[in-house]
Design a protein around this ligand. Sequence first.
Ligand code: ADP
Length: 309
Amino acid sequence: MLDVLPGTEPHWIEAYGRVALSGETLQFRNYARALGRWFEVSAFSPRHGHFATIFTDVTEQERGREERERLIAELERKNEELERFTYTVSHDLKSPLITVKGFLGLLEQDLAAAKPDLVRKDMERIGEAADRMALLLDDLLELSRVGRVVNPSALHSVEELVHRALEAVSGRLAERDVVVAVLPGLGDVYGDGPRLVEVFQNLLENAAKYMGEQENPRIEIGVMRREDGIVYYVADNGIGIEPRYRETIFGLFNKLDPRSEGTGIGLALAQRIVEVHGGQIWVESEGKGKGSVFCLRFPSAPRIGGDDV
Ligand code: ADP
C-alpha cells in the first residue's frame, strides 16, 4: 500500500489489514492527511486476505461540524459576557435608585418638621441621583449602539482622526495646560471613522483627566512598528495604573477612584469599538505615578462588518 500511496497514515493500513484478515466489516470516519479531506469509509472482505472499501467524502460535513462547534463556543462566551453585563448594569443602576428612595424618606420627615432648607437639599440630592441614572442609561445606550450602528468603513489618516479627537477634548486639555505631541508617520487605518475618533477621544480625555499632581502634563500619540504588528499608542505622564488593574479598568462601570468624575464606561466603549474592528486595546504602565501607555493594534486586513459585529 505504501509503495502505491506513500503518504498513507498507518491507521488506514491497520484497519484494512484487520478487515482483510478477520473478515469483519468496518465503518468509520477518518481524516486523510495526504488529501486534506475527511472520509466516511465502509470496508468489508470479499475473500480472505482481500478487502474492498466504499469512500464517501464528508469533508464539507466535517467542516460544518467544526464551524458549528466554534460558533457554539463563541455563543457560550458571549452569553457569559452578557450575564456579567446584566449583573453589573442592574447593580449600578440600583445605587442611584437607593439614593432617591433614601432621600424621599428624609424629604417626608423634613416636610413634616417644616424645615425648608433641608427639604431643598433633599430635593437636590434626588435630582442629582436622577441625573446620574440618566447619564448611566445614556452611556449604556451608546455602548449598545457600537456594532449595531456602523458607519461606512473607509481608509482614514490616523493623524486626522487624532486631530478630530484632540479638538473634541480641547477644553479639558487647556484646563490642565497639557502639552500634546502628535508624532509623525501615523499612517492609515481602515474602519469606521467617527467610532475611531471616539476611541482616541476617550483615551485623550482619560490621559488629561488622570494627570494627578503632575506639574508638566504631557501626552504623546505615536506609532511603534513592532514584531507583533503596528501598535498605536497614547502615552501620558499622569498617575499611572498598577499592573493588577490592567484588565479591570476596561470593565463596564469600573473606576479605580470612585470619587473621580465619569461613569467608568469610556474604556469599555473604546474596547468594544476596537474589537468590532478586529483589533486589540491594552494598557502598559509601570505602576502608580509612572504614567500610562494605552496601546491599539488593528488587523492589517480590513475586517469591520465581519461576523463578530
Ligand atoms: P471613567 O474615566 O469614566 O472613570 P473609563 O472607563 O474611561 O471610565 O476609565 C476607567 C478607569 O481607568 C478610570 O476611572 C481610571 O481609574 C482608570 N484610567 C483610565 N485611563 C487612565 C489613565 N490614562 N491614567 C490613569 N488611570 C486611568
